[in-house]
Design a protein around this ligand. Structure first.
Ligand code: FDA
Length: 521
């Protein structure tokens, strides 16, 4: 018996569940490749060299998930849980450790949304995307929303497991801050809800990382009020149009504005609009205001006159439409675009992202150094995305949920590189550039620890051994601290305690999951 045959035998022999064979795919199955690739959202891990799962299971019932857990444990398979497939390092569908046999538990069929308008809550299954959720809320109410991410194809299974920030974060915090209840299947195959799992586990799963504490099969979320019409604006400025001074000034106002204003600034290299053969650096200021153009313009004239915001930079629209606006869709795109899981901000590109938190404004000279870095890469192949903090984010305690990046942050930074070229050499070029930019940012961002966003997973911080490690030893704990303290700060130890209590054998694991610590048992 091969390892693969043994697990198939186990899966198919569970006679209370006769249908699992219909949702199990091995590499010899003609649908295997298309199912594997459908939710790969980073082409960097979609090459012939990328380690592939021995099996993909796409369960459509809870007993099939429980069977998968039981048989994977028995046959010592790692499972990779996949909802939307946007993991930055591809850990929901590949394992950089070539030696481990893993299977994908792809939750793509768990996509129900049930909205309770009277209570202003919803139950959602994990493979629901943010776009699908926003669309279904908008169908029922023009004045309700949910404070999750901007890119409409991201799965809520993974996103809420790491936090989930979007244009409503200054008003309502993160997606994970707005979870009321959940259904999780633990390593023993038990179905738990908030009452039966207890507050420690309920705390941990709201941001402590996916594929670690159990399989989330549903979230109960709190919907939040928004005006029927909101205002979205874009102002672009190049270096020749004073971008440096305006970005510099932006840092002094953005976290102190009314909670109804959110700002995102995208910095990258573009073709110079006034000199066709040359390039320049552009800052694109995208803002969302939970109110009318009339309300916004005088506020910006008073608080941030340097931006020079004018009516013609702004459009009023529904909140759901503003997601398409922020995600870069053309203005006349139908709202149904939110339902399309196949389009993606990343297209067929390969990418890597890194993240930072800024607590003191970066001086002009520091910004000028960033421009120099951006000039080292091609037009729109690398950039920084700044997202304003403050407001509600500063009111929530660092220990409220595992996500700790709260008061004291002016904005969050994502440094990112995109490329389409194949091959290791091209990849190394972009990765080295990105690491150089990150190195350059060191004096200007958070220190001790240098904080990072768990949902922008970055294996440069280190990884568990053996595709997940975790014999429960001190070495595993110490190694995991190197990324755990960045993602979770002082919440890391509590996450280890919860992990030790609920999954001491470390069944749910990946290269950056929280390990158990046997001496804490
Ligand atoms: P995926 O299925 O890859 O899961 C991610 C991780 O969670 C994996 O470790 C996986 O095993 C685990 N997991 C998935 N489902 C689980 C479940 N049901 N139970 C337990 N564990 C589970 N973030 C943000 O906050 N705001 C934003 O605007 C964006 N925008 C954005 C755009 C693009 C193009 C990308 C690629 C990513 C983002 N993100 C983001 C980051 C995103 O929130 C992060 O990658 C999420 O983990 C992705 O969740 P998925 O379910 O899509 O991924």
């Amino acid at each position: 018996h091969s390892h693969e045959e043994s697990i198939l035998e186990c899966l198919y022999s569970q006679n209370y569940n006769t249908t699992i064979s219909q949702v199990t795919f091995t590499p010899t199955n003609s649908s295997y490749d298309s199912i594997l690739q459908f939710s790969i959202k980073n082409s960097r891990f979609n090459t012939s060299a990328s380690p592939k799962p021995v099996l993909i299971i796409t369960p459509d019932s809870i007993p099939q998930i429980q069977t998968t857990i039981i048989c994977s444990k028995k046959q010592k398979f790692q499972i990779r849980i996949r909802s939307g497939g946007h993991d930055y390092e591809g850990l929901s569908y590949t394992s950089p450790d070539q030696n481990s046999s893993f299977l994908i538990l792809d939750l793509i069929r768990f996509r129900n949304i049930s909205i309770d308008l009277a209570q202003q809550t919803a139950w959602i299954q994990p493979a629901v995307t943010t776009g699908e959720l926003y669309y279904r809320i908008a169908e029922k109410s023009s004045t309700l929303a949910f404070p999750s991410g901007i890119c409409p194809t991201v799965g809520l299974g993974g996103q809420i497991s790491g936090g989930g920030w979007g244009t409503l974060l200054r008003k309502y915090g993160l997606a994970a801050d707005n979870v009321l209840d959940t259904r999780v299947i633990d390593a023993e195959g038990r179905i738990l809800d908030r009452a039966s799992m207890g507050e420690d586990l309920f705390w941990a799963i709201r941001g402590g990382g996916g594929n670690t504490f159990g399989i989330v099969i549903a979230w109960k979320i709190k919907l939040v009020p928004v005006p029927a019409s909101v205002t979205a604006c874009t102002v672009t400025r190049t270096l020749e149009q004073n971008a440096t001074e305006i970005v510099h000034r932006w840092q002094y106002v953005v976290d102190k504005l009314s909670n109804d204003v959110f700002f995102m600034v995208v910095l990258n290299r573009v073709v110079n609009p006034i000199q066709a053969n040359a390039t320049t650096i552009q800052a694109s200021f995208n803002s969302l205001y939970l109110g009318s153009i009339e309300g916004l313009i005088p506020m910006m004239e008073a608080k941030f006159p340097d931006l020079g915001l004018r009516r013609e930079n702004c459009v009023e629209m529904s909140w759901a439409k503003s997601i398409l606006y922020f995600a870069g869709f053309p203005l006349n795109s139908p709202l149904e675009s939110l339902l399309d899981r196949t389009i993606s901000a990343t297209g067929s590109a390969k990418f890597k992202g890194k993240s930072d938190y800024v607590k003191e404004p970066i001086p002009i000279s520091g910004l000028e150094g960033i421009w120099e870095k951006l000039k080292e890469v091609g037009v729109q192949t690398g950039g920084l995305i700044l997202a304003s903090y403050g407001g509600k984010m500063s009111e929530i305690a660092e220990s409220s949920i595992p996500f700790p990046h709260r008061a004291g942050n002016i904005y969050q930074v994502e440094e990112v590189a995109f490329w389409v070229e194949d091959g290791v050499e091209a990849a190394d070029g972009y990765l080295n550039w990105l690491r150089g930019l990150y190195e350059y940012m060191t004096p200007y961002v958070s220190k001790n620890p240098r904080e990072a966003y768990a949902n922008y997973r970055d294996l440069d911080f280190g990884r568990n051994g053996d595709g997940g490690g975790g014999g429960g030893g001190k070495g595993d704990y110490r190694r995991a601290r190197s990324w755990g303290s960045r993602y979770y700060k002082n919440n890391f130890d509590r996450l280890v305690r919860v992990k030790t209590a609920v999954d001491p054998a470390n069944f749910f694991r990946n290269e950056q999951s929280i390990p158990p610590l046997s001496s804490w048992r």
